[in-house]
Design a binder for this molecule. Structure first.
Ligand code: HPA
Ligand SMILES: [Zn+2]
Length: 327
């Protein structure tokens, strides 16, 4: 059994494995531009965030029906259970689907059909985080939030993702304020490729309660101090950072520096199908390449529940399981 953990930075569309992509393409009578599974695998060589996003959005074309979104989420939950995940706060990108004519109801009904049985089938509690695409207009984000209103009982938070540089958080101040009014939590990708100033904006203008990635905070010592004293969590994704070349190698990953600075660091998989591993694979790689010991891994697992939006009772119960875990 692997150590219990929460996954807080996971794009459900980024769990689409090549095998499932081909299966869904066939089911929906779509011809993919890749000859076979191996050819698709070899397309998974990225130079930066945008080069990944191009393939990530293109491959989503195979997701058409409620059954497709159900099967996608069910496949993720099955893998996550084997990785020790006991709670998942799952990002989804409504605009990536509505912009190609897929109804929001189709997306949410399909995903929730899998999430509804997750606790019984996989022992994983779940919630959804609705992400706005930051490279699209702020007005479209507001329309997306309004369209999601009938589903807010299934959504715990809003997030902000897609191409970061040139799309600062300040663009989304109004829609995040509206989300706060609706009682939603707020998180945002910031400081993945973008500068530390974007992290300040996410905190001060969007009211972000967690920062997704956030590794560039190390460029600004005052920001590091602020994140540490406010116990603002970072959802760090080591495999993602290396594959998208934000960090050169795992051995050079700044995670130990972030932990030493007293930050509430969590480890996550981001888009595991594209980046070479699921969440526990990331933990194991930190052990292997950065020499993290068992107690450091336990701290990361504990942090994942501390940083979650779980109700206090389940959060505390899961933290007790982490503390009792024997490696
Ligand atoms: O790592 C990411 N960054 C920004 N947008 C994304 N959309 C999916 N994954 C990512
Ligand atoms: Zn991400």
């Amino acid at each position: 059994m692997t150590i219990p953990k929460a996954e807080l930075h996971l794009h459900i569309e980024g769990t689409l494995e090549p095998e499932l992509a081909f299966h869904l393409a066939e089911r929906n009578n779509i011809t993919l531009p890749h000859a076979d599974i191996d050819a698709l695998h070899s397309a998974y060589s990225f130079t930066d965030l945008q080069s990944f996003l191009d393939l990530y959005y293109a491959l989503m074309d195979v997701l058409r029906t409620e059954a497709d979104f159900h099967d996608l989420a069910e496949a993720y939950l099955t893998r996550a259970a084997a990785q020790g995940v006991r709670h998942a706060e799952i990002f989804f990108d409504p605009q990536a689907h509505t912009s190609r004519g897929i109804a929001l109801d189709t997306v949410i009904n399909g995903l929730t059909a899998a999430l509804d049985t997750s606790l019984q089938r996989h022992n994983i509690s779940t919630t959804l985080i609705l992400c706005f695409l930051r490279d699209r207009p702020a007005t479209e984000a507001m329309d997306t939030l309004n369209a999601a209103r009938p589903h807010l009982d299934r959504i715990s938070a809003v997030g902000l993702d897609s191409a970061e540089v040139g799309n600062p958080p300040e663009k989304f101040t109004e829609v995040f304020a509206a989300a706060a009014e609706l009682g939603l939590h707020r998180v945002a990708h910031a400081g993945e490729e973008g500068p530390a100033s974007y992290i300040w904006q996410a905190l001060n203008l969007l009211g972000a309660e967690r920062i997704d990635h956030g590794i560039r905070c190390l460029d600004d010592p005052a920001l590091v101090t602020h994140l540490a004293t406010t116990r603002t969590p970072l959802t760090v994704c080591p495999f993602s950072n290396v594959r998208l070349r934000a960090v050169r190698t795992l051995a050079e990953h700044p995670l130990p520096a972030l932990m030493e600075a007293g930050l509430l660091v969590t480890v996550n998989s981001d888009d595991p199908s594209y980046f070479g591993g699921y969440v526990h694979d990331n933990y194991l790689a930190l052990q292997q390449h950065l020499g993290l010991d068992h107690e450091q891994l336990r701290t990361l697992a504990r942090n994942s529940f501390t940083a979650s939006f779980l109700p206090a009772q389940r959060r505390e119960a899961l933290i007790a399981e982490v503390d009792a875990y024997t490696f």
